[in-house]
Design a protein around this ligand. Structure first.
Ligand code: ZN
Ligand code: MN
Length: 487
């Protein structure tokens, strides 16, 4: 049967490190780039008899994540042991949450711009909110690295606070999974909960995939792709796995529930082991930790809820009169949204500021491999520059030259650069005189213009620009001509 005769069902489990100075159950320093095995203690090494202590900040940040994603936080949340043979966790259980996690339910709104570029103009379910199951808090494991003849293990990562964000099986395609991850990332970054950088391993993803024929209701057998660490790998592995399962369905081959991994080098999934169920983990309540009473924490975190990307986008449309699409671009990154808001507030024309930011500044940043935080041209300087154009002090083309100079010498004021480049505000009376001269010298053109060909006025503007040697502002000149000729 063709691919369209099958329905794919995808669920995502996202592990995301919480930005925190210390680990989840001990006071050791959390973070990157330190000498291996230096941020360790009996608790995060899993030595017998060591007792865990809760990281309040991590609990608060998880509750905040739940608020941003419309989850519900139960009044009491508890801790459990997940037993397993963990090569990178010597105590052989993970401290996690089983039946009463910190956040229940909720959903992730999918942003249009979060889809891969090639599908943005044919998004199947625009505005969809993917249902979530829960968010629980747990500890990360140590990091093992495998070489030809030996392996190493670094316990600096062991015990890092880790949120597990579990979606319902509510995703229909690889593109939707991609948008889910991008949108989720954006929201967590907006909330300053995590940097959610997949390249740094701060966000890792397991994907459950099943297919079933159209017209049937029972879900097919699901296969779980483990530990994907790039959004592209998520998209590719889902595409591959859906196609593979459909092909096997056609041939009458039944799927067996299994854990698989994505091999990027060959572009295929490979079976690792036949999957265990939650009963295999022998979950039981953690005897060394009391449950958390969440009431006070929930109240406290209400004050920390930031404006979310889609709310900010709607506000930008209203407040700064930018298009919905431009507002989407401007709010796609929190740092960019902050930059724009700083530049547009108090600007003569906030829409022009958006155009300059999107076309000129982002273009130049892209060319020079810089992020918006690293932009030499500050938000204030950009506003001043665009204001110069709006005030008629310099033309749009002159502003482009000023921008290039400003990029090299960001300590200078745009107005000073314009002056030093000879883009002085033209002497209005002199320009007016030139306009009058040009009109007087071209009676037949003027007759044509007033006789029904107003577009020809551009020709007069061109003459004035020529005579003024480019010093006049073309917009002011054409306005003035239009006034004088009653257009
Ligand atoms: Zn420790
Ligand atoms: Mn987990």
């Amino acid at each position: 049967m063709p691919r369209e005769d099958y329905i794919a069902t995808v669920g995502l489990e996202v592990h995301c490190q919480i930005t925190s100075n210390s680990k989840m159950f001990c006071g050791c320093r959390a973070g990157y780039g330190h000498e291996p095995n230096t941020n360790v203690c009996p608790v995060c090494l899993g030595l017998p008899g060591a007792l865990p202590v809760l990281n309040k900040h991590a609990i608060e940040q998880t509750i905040l994540a739940g608020m941003l994603l419309d989850c519900h936080t139960p009044e009491i949340s508890k801790w459990d042991r997940k037993n397993y043979f963990y090569p990178d966790m010597p105590k052989n259980f993970q401290l996690t949450q089983f039946d009463i996690p910190l956040c229940i339910g909720g959903g992730v709104p999918l942003y249009d711009l979060a889809y891969p570029k090639d599908v943005q103009n044919k998004i199947p379910n625009p505005g969809k909110v993917v249902k979530m199951n829960r968010i629980h808090l747990e500890e990360d494991v140590a990091k093992s690295t495998h070489f030809d003849s030996h392996s190493t293990i670094d316990f600096n990562r062991a015990g890092t606070p880790l949120m597990e964000i579990v979606s319902e099986a509510d995703i229909d395609s690889a593109d939707e999974a991609y948008a889910y991850l991008k949108s989720l990332q954006q929201i967590l970054i907006y909330g300053k909960i995590s940097d959610a950088d997949m390249e740094k391993g701060q966000m890792r993803c397991d994907v459950n995939i099943s297919v079933r024929p159209v017209g049937t209701t029972e879900l097919g057998t699901k296969l779980e792709v483990k530990n994907l660490n790039s959004i592209t790998a998520v998209r590719k592995s889902i595409e591959f796995e859906i196609q593979r399962q459909c092909d096997e369905y056609d041939k009458g081959i039944a799927q067996q529930q299994a854990t698989i991994r994505w091999d990027d080098a060959i572009g295929e999934t490979v079976v690792m082991r036949i999957k265990e169920d939650s009963a295999d983990y022998r979950y039981f309540p953690e005897p060394d930790l009391l449950p958390v009473l969440t009431g006070e924490l929930v109240e406290k975190m209400k004050a920390h809820v930031p404006e979310l990307p889609h709310h900010k986008r709607d506000r930008f449309v209203k407040e700064f009169t930018v298009s919905e699409y431009d507002a989407g671009v401007l709010t796609s990154e929190r740092a960019l949204a902050d930059y724009y808001e700083a530049a547009a507030t108090g600007a003569k024309d906030s829409k022009k500021v958006a155009n300059w930011l999107i076309n000129t500044v982002l273009g130049k940043l892209n060319e020079t491999f810089l992020s918006i935080d690293q932009s030499p041209v500050t938000a204030v300087a950009l506003r001043d520059l665009v204001d110069l154009v709006e005030a008629g002090t310099i033309s749009n083309n002159q502003a482009k030259d000023v921008f290039t100079a400003l990029w090299e010498s960001p300590e200078k004021a745009p107005a000073d650069i314009a002056k030093s480049m000879g883009f002085e505000p033209a002497d209005n009376s002199a320009i007016e005189a030139i306009i009058d001269e040009v009109i007087a010298a071209n009676p037949e053109k003027v007759a044509e213009i007033t006789g029904g060909n107003p577009n020809l006025a551009n020709w007069l503007t061109g003459q004035v620009m020529k005579v003024s040697r480019g010093k006049a502002n073309p917009k002011m000149v054409s306005d003035s001509i239009a006034g004088k000729l009653g257009l």
